[in-house]
Structure formats: structure tokens, C-alpha cells
Design a protein around this ligand. Structure first.
Ligand code: ZN
Length: 599
């Protein structure tokens, strides 16, 4: 089969992973096999005892080899199941795919609980037996985290029970949300008649040049989410409630786990948000200029992403692919060759049609060494950015695929390094080529992104913290959630924005991801950190050549030492983050000038 680039077909090919879609027999067999093998693994882990001397490490080596092999296979099957569910929200069978792995995932979680329980009382000498060993020395960070998780965990019996209950509780609420939001239909009036859209399609209309289309899309979305909001509020109430109970039992607060999972210090996040706050007045100047440009006193929520300047013509999927690859080529031929390959092999699902989950993501298949990207490409330049972003994730995944599984779990803030970098490359290249009104449009998009990462994401962080506080006081219901969302976002954006989306708490999937709470601060981290990396890579060719080393280390180092090693930077200092944001003020000045010139 000849693989052509660019590809015409915007749908992905999942057959190389498991053949046959929802009816895949090889997937059925794998699930069955995994269930059996994880059962065996449970027995193995229960029989393991802490070693007293080097010679007793043999069984541990065997165990970990199997543990990581099964983790990879589970990841492979899970990614496949989620991929089908994302792309076919109208098919019950597809939507049920992820839950077919519930049992094996729960059993695997129990293996981990058992492991933690064994590691709970490990002393320094025993721990050193592991880290001094050649096999385990590579996974030192992983083992250290196992040990510290073990120390924070509840006793074994309660952790086991929690793992079982979370399957039908915590995580089930998240799945319920996905089902409800995936099936949501948005009614929008266009050309005098009502039409039905998926949430993803309606969101694409929110960046339409015609203000009345944007308003209609916003109102349609508001109506749809309002209808769904009692269910969303119940789900959120249960999710935050369960998390709260677990945090109380384990000790720590709502940020303890997210910070650990993201391998980042609290002081780093504080310094980062402090820097973001300092840029707020600058970004507010941008928002005011944008309001002037579109001829309103203050922006409405549906104006925030309004295209301004010269409208980019509709971009075909082929053009988008070619444009991205051309830009990446200049920066790194190796990266470009990956992008070309991924697109030619139809690793991307980009079709613009209903019955698809909203948003975009990139997922990796560690067994087959492939990746897949999911998104809805609507022919806009924002779609090009999303595709570039996800291809960056894909490249990062490919750099790491040769590493052992214990070194492939990267924190989200660092996971955004390559993605945001590729997105920035594409954006920068487009800006270079453009003049006049097109340039104005691109500057606007760049500042829009800055606003998202430095105002919107910090607001989401505040909102999620607030949800925990309010949950401690009682019932999270839809009016309360809408009230607090309005307050938080009004304060965040300030005077230039007149109307905020008070149903943001319901429409944003991130608040409902039960396995990864606070799915927000890593975005700001990734945006600023990758800007610092990008700047450095442009200035310093040696650094650019070593970029793969940095990417490979993202799975085996905490954020602070990694930044120290590659950027000689102190993440706890507000200065680092301010410098990373860099030339933002100049961009705003340029934007203001362009606006004045075009009025
Ligand atoms: Zn990303």
C-alpha cells in the first residue's frame, strides 16, 4: 500500500492496532488475556517480600518486567477503546468499549495498592538495594514515587476497597458525564432554519467571522448545557465529594496529588501564576483593542475568539498538513518526517461530522509503537493549530517510545513541551509570511492564546479550588456552580469583558476527568515552559540538537531539576516565568498599532 502525503481521507485507521473496530476479535482476546494475567499478577505481588540482600531481587525483576509489560498492553487496549468511543458517540457498542476494561483496570490498581502496601515500611537499606541495582537504577524516580505514595496511602484494606468502589463511583461519574456531553445536540438557527450540531461543530461556529453566527452558536451551546447542567452538577458533586473523602483519609489537600502527579513543587506553580497575574494589565489592553476593532464597548464571551483582520480562506485538510510539515521542516527535519509519516499512515481522525466527542487529543499505543490523534478539523486556522499541537504530542511520544515504561510517564506540564512548541512554530511561520490585515489576524490569534493560558487557565485553577471549598460546605448544584464561575471569570478578565460563560463549569470536560484532577495548571506551565524552550532552541543550535534528550528526560525527572539541567533555570522564581512570557508586551503594542491603523 502506498502511503501518500498529504492524505485526502480525514478519518483514521485503527486496524493496525486491533482489527475490526467494535467487533474486533483480537481486542476481545486481548481483554480476556489481560484479565487472566492481571489476576496472576495479583497473586505474584501478594507473595513478594522486601529483599534483605541483592540476591533476592530476582523475583522482583521478573515481577516488574511483567508489570510494565501488562501496563503497556492495558494502555494499548485502553487507547483503542477510547478512540472508538470518541469517534462514534452515536453507537452504543462503541461507547461501551472503554468500560470493557473496567475490571482489568481495577485489578491493576489493586496490584499497585498491594505494591504500595509492601513498600510502605521499606527502610533505607532495603530501598538502596533496589536503586543500586542495574535494572532498578533506571527507575529510581518511579520507585521513589512508589515509596512516597505508599507513605501517603491509607492501609491496604481501605485502598483496595477504594479502588473497587471508584470503578462504580468516582470514575463512573466521569464516564456518565462523557456520555451525556458526547450525545449533546446543539440547535442553532442558520440561514433562517434550525439545524442540529454536535458540541464540537458548534464550538467551531464560535470562531465564525459573523457575530450573529457566533452569538447563535453561543446561545445554542448555552441552551444545550443548561439542559444538561443538573446532571453535570450531580456528577461534579459526586466527583469532588469522593475526592475530598479520599484526600481526608490519605492526608493532604486537593493539590497534593495533582502536584505529585505533575512532579512539580507548589512554589513553582505559585511563582508561575504570580507571573501570569503581572501580565494581566497588558492582556487587558489587548482585549480592549480587540473590542475597538470589532466595534463594541466591551467583549462578549463569544467575541473572545472572534477572527479579526483578514479572514483566512477556508483551509483544506491537505493544505493544513502541508503547511504544518513545511514549517516544522525548517526547525527540525526529523520532526517533520515524523509528522509526514503520521499523516500519511492515517494516524489522525480529523473529519468534520456529528457524533464525535468534542476536543482534541493525542494518544499513544506503546505495544505497536504508534500514536493516534483525535480532533475535528473545521477548515479554520485554529484547526491547523490543533493539528500542529497534537502532532507535537505525537512526536514527543515517539521520542519516548524506546524507553522502558517506568520512564515514559511524563508530567502533564512537560508533556506540553513539544506540542506547544510545534504550535508556536506554525504560528510564528504564518506570522512571518503575513502582512497587513493577515498579520493583524495572526497577532490576534497569538494574543488570544496568551490570554487563554495566562488568564483563562489560571481562572480554571481558581474555579476548581473553589469547587473543593464549596463541596466542603455542602451541595454543589447548578446555580451555585454558575454563580461562582461567573464571579471567578469576571474577576479574571476584568472590565474589557462584559459577559462570561457561566456554564463553563459544565461544558469543560477537564473538570470531570476523574483520574487527573486540576487538568489546568499544567497548560500554563507547558505554555510558558515551552516558550522558554522554543526561545532557547531558536537562539542556540546546540540546544536545538539536544532537544530529543530533553524530551526523553521528561519521563524520568521532576520539573525543577529538568529545568535546571537543560535551561539552567530556577522554576521557583517569578522572573523565569516572566522571561518565558517574554515579548508579550511588544506583541500587544504591535496589535494596538495595527488596530489603530485599520480603523
Ligand atoms: Zn496538549
Amino acid at each position: 500500500m502506498s502511503e501518500q502525503f498529504p492524505v485526502e481521507d480525514p478519518s483514521w485507521d485503527l486496524d493496525p492496532i486491533f482489527e475490526g473496530g467494535v467487533e474486533s476479535e483480537s481486542f476481545d482476546r486481548e481483554v480476556e488475556l489481560l484479565n487472566r494475567e492481571v489476576d496472576e499478577l495479583q497473586q505474584e505481588v501478594a507473595a513478594l517480600e522486601l529483599p534483605q540482600e541483592q540476591g533476592q531481587l530476582g523475583r522482583w525483576r521478573q515481577f516488574f518486567d511483567r508489570y510494565f509489560q501488562i501496563s503497556d498492553r492495558l494502555r494499548e487496549a485502553g487507547s483503542f477503546a477510547r478512540a472508538l468511543a470518541s469517534a462514534h458517540t452515536d453507537e452504543a457498542e462503541a461507547m461501551r468499549m472503554p468500560s470493557r476494561l473496567d475490571d482489568v483496570q481495577t485489578a491493576m490498581r489493586q496490584v499497585r495498592v498491594q505494591l504500595e502496601s509492601t513498600f510502605r515500611n521499606i527502610d533505607d537499606a532495603q530501598f538502596a538495594l533496589f536503586t543500586d541495582d542495574e535494572r532498578f537504577g533506571q527507575m529510581t524516580l518511579w520507585l521513589e514515587e512508589l515509596r512516597s505514595d505508599a507513605q501517603r496511602a491509607m492501609d491496604r484494606g481501605r485502598e483496595m476497597l477504594a479502588a473497587k468502589l471508584n470503578r462504580d463511583g468516582l470514575h463512573a461519574w466521569g464516564r456518565l458525564y462523557s456520555e451525556v456531553s458526547g450525545r449533546l445536540e446543539v440547535e442553532i438557527e442558520r440561514d433562517g432554519q434550525m439545524k442540529t450540531y454536535s458540541v464540537g461543530q458548534a464550538k467551531n461556529l464560535m470562531i465564525n467571522a459573523d457575530r450573529s453566527v457566533r452569538r447563535a452558536a453561543f446561545e445554542g451551546l448555552q441552551h444545550a448545557w443548561k439542559e444538561a447542567s443538573p446532571v453535570c452538577a450531580s456528577a461534579l458533586h459526586a466527583i469532588r465529594g469522593t475526592q475530598r473523602t479520599l484526600y481526608e483519609e490519605r492526608g493532604g489537600d486537593c493539590l497534593t496529588d495533582p502536584l505529585e502527579v505533575n512532579r512539580v513543587e507548589r512554589s513553582t506553580i505559585e511563582a508561575m501564576f504570580e507571573a501570569a497575574r503581572e501580565f494581566k494589565p497588558v492582556l487587558q489592553r489587548y482585549l480592549k483593542a480587540k473590542a475597538r476593532l470589532i466595534g463594541v464597548d466591551r467583549l462578549q464571551w463569544y467575541d473572545l475568539r472572534a477572527p479579526v483582520g483578514e479572514e483566512a480562506k477556508e483551509i483544506s485538510y491537505s493544505e493544513a498538513q502541508q503547511f504544518i510539515v513545511d514549517q516544522v521542516e525548517e526547525f527540525s527535519p526529523k520532526m517533520a518526517s515524523f509528522c509526514r509519516d503520521a499523516l500519511a499512515r492515517r494516524w489522525v481522525e480529523a473529519e468534520d461530522r456529528p457524533c464525535k466527542r468534542q476536543g482534541g487529543y493525542c494518544t499513544s499505543f506503546p505495544v505497536s509503537g504508534q500514536i493516534r490523534i483525535f480532533m475535528t478539523f473545521g477548515g479554520t486556522s485554529s484547526g491547523v493549530s490543533t493539528l500542529a499541537h497534537e502532532l507535537g504530542h505525537g512526536y514527543h511520544g515517539m521520542v519516548m517510545k524506546k524507553l522502558p515504561a517506568s520512564e515514559r510517564q511524563m508530567p502533564m506540564g512537560l508533556a506540553e513541551t513539544a506540542s506547544t512548541l510545534v504550535e508556536a512554530l506554525v504560528e510564528q511561520a504564518a506570522l512571518r509570511q503575513a502582512g497587513g490585515q493577515r498579520r493583524l489576524a495572526l497577532l490576534d490569534q497569538r494574543l488570544e492564546r496568551a490570554t487563554a493560558f495566562l488568564i483563562n487557565i489560571p481562572a480554571r485553577f481558581q474555579l476548581e479550588k473553589k469547587m473543593h471549598e464549596l463541596r466542603a460546605e455542602g451541595r454543589l448544584h447548578e446555580e451555585l456552580l454558575s454563580d461562582v464561575t461567573r464571579q471567578v471569570f469576571e474577576r479574571a478578565y476584568g472590565d474589557p469583558v462584559a459577559g462570561v460563560d457561566e456554564l463553563f463549569w459544565a461544558s469543560k470536560l477537564h473538570f470531570f476527568i476523574t483520574g487527573l484532577p486540576f487538568y489546568n495548571f499544567p497548560y500554563t506551565f507547558g505554555y510558558l515552559f515551552s516558550r522558554a524552550v522554543y526561545q532557547r532552541a531558536l537562539d542556540d543550535e546546540t540546544f536545538r540538537d539536544g532537544l530529543d534528550d530533553l524530551l526523553a528526560d521528561t519521563g524520568r525527572m521532576r520539573c525543577e531539576p529538568l529545568a535546571q539541567k537543560y535551561l539552567d533555570a530556577d522554576l521557583g522564581s517569578v522572573e523565569f516565568w516572566k522571561e518565558a512570557a517574554g515579548a508579550l508586551e511588544e506583541d500587544v503594542q504591535r496589535f494596538e498599532k495595527s488596530v489603530e491603523a485599520s480603523l
